[in-house]
Design a protein around this ligand. Structure first.
Ligand code: CP3
Length: 352
């Protein structure tokens, strides 16, 4: 039964036979079969918007590795795209918006996209994937945090210094709050649609929360993540991931999410001591380790498992997305190490 899967049990902090593992960006360019399907699609957005192709690439990493969860192939920028900002992905540069938000008028003009009419391709992909998965592993749905979406929408693409969005934060905080509130409402409706379509858990990616001061984080990012978690209201488990949020784990754990995503800068054992067992923890291998030799991958992954210890509530993952230059063979080594080393740790705790 799916609710008995390692991934969902770990999210509920129930005992498991081995630590579940999945990899952020597990369907991506490090896989030759992904590159082939993307080539067939023509471009990244067509791949996202064609449910049959999105389903195909979602399942590719699961055909190779015994991963414990699938994540729907999509992007956090589908919401601003549906709001009319004109998303494209520029080779070697990243996402670009044709119509970034540059004035109060631009923001006041925005509406909440309808999850079925404007973003129905995501729900349709989820329904297809669920049918194909046939309850073998759970499926994760996701969205970006309102703050992280706002950085892309205001900067017009991937920010480097976040000049424009930070200027708005300090000069026109009320206007930024208005945008964040709209994005929180849009993201809540979007996640609810993903859950209705079959998502078994949802993750909120706050990739750029860590660039904020502590005050600004607790005013401009965390409350809007909480808004989404409140709206999801435990219909399925929620994972809140603020990259660079290691200093704020206690306040993030307080918003009522099921799990915290950790980047690699925090020790997972120390994180657990700080938040206790109120939440599960997901993470947190430095993705750069996948470029090292197998012995280093095994050593570093095992160190994380040992640091967390034989408690319930750990989902193994990277601390951020896998990069295109990684050899898939190293992912196979990682997944195998997590399963075998954690099973041994959990067994010896049971008998010791
Ligand atoms: O994890 C998965 O396998 C699911 C798919 C997924 C993608 N993007 C596919 C993708 C997920 C969960 C995301 C989330 C996402 N998208 C985030 C949050 C997580 C993070 O990485 O911090 C962010 C910030 C984005 C925005 C985005 N989309 C960027 C910055 C880029 C370009 C970066 C790059 O790697 O080139 C994208 C494009 C993108 N989204 C790709 C993939 C596989 C690469 C597209 C391609 O060239 O084929």
């Amino acid at each position: 039964m799916l609710s008995n899967s390692r991934f969902l049990r770990a999210l509920r902090r129930e005992p498991v036979d081995a630590t579940p593992v999945w990899v952020m960006r597990q369907a991506g360019r490090y896989l030759p079969e992904y590159r082939a399907t993307r080539e067939r699609a023509g471009d990244f957005l067509t791949l996202c918007k064609t449910p049959e192709l999105a389903c195909e690439v979602t399942l590719q990493p699961l055909a190779r590795f015994p991963l414990d969860a699938a994540i729907v192939f999509s992007d956090i920028l589908t919401i601003p795209d549906a709001m009319g900002l004109g998303l494209s992905l520029v080779e070697g540069i990243g996402p670009r918006f044709a119509h970034p938000l540059r004035s109060a008028q631009d923001i006041r003009r925005l509406g909440i996209p309808d999850p079925e009419d404007d973003l129905g391709y995501v729900s349709n992909a989820i329904r297809l994937i669920k049918r194909e998965l046939d309850d073998k592993v759970p499926l994760i749905g996701f969205c970006g945090s309102p703050w992280t979406l706002a950085t892309y929408m205001i900067e017009g693409g991937s920010g480097h210094d976040f000049k424009l969005v930070k200027q708005m934060l300090y000069d026109e905080p009320a206007l930024l709050h208005q945008l964040l509130d709209l994005l929180a409402k849009a993201s809540s409706a979007y996640l609810k649609a993903q859950i209705s379509a079959g998502a078994d858990a949802v993750m909120i990616f706050d990739t750029w929360g860590g660039i904020l001061s502590s005050n600004a984080y607790h005013s401009f990012s965390l409350p809007y993540i909480k808004h989404i978690v409140d709206e999801v209201d435990n219909t399925v488990p929620t994972i809140a991931f603020t990259k660079g949020g290691g200093l704020w784990l206690e306040t993030i754990a307080d918003i009522g999410c099921s799990a915290l995503g950790l980047d690699w800068s925090t020790d997972v054992g120390e994180a657990r001591q700080r938040v206790g067992n109120r939440v599960a923890l997901q993470g947190n291998l430095d993705p750069a380790i996948l470029r090292a030799k197998p012995a280093a991958i095994i050593e570093q992954a095992t160190a994380i498992l040992n640091s967390f210890g034989a408690h319930p509530g750990h989902i193994f993952n990277l601390g951020h997305g896998i990069t295109p230059d990684i050899d898939p063979e190293n992912v196979a080594i990682l997944v195998d190490t997590v399963h075998t080393a954690s099973a041994a740790i959990l067994q010896s705790a049971k008998h010791g």
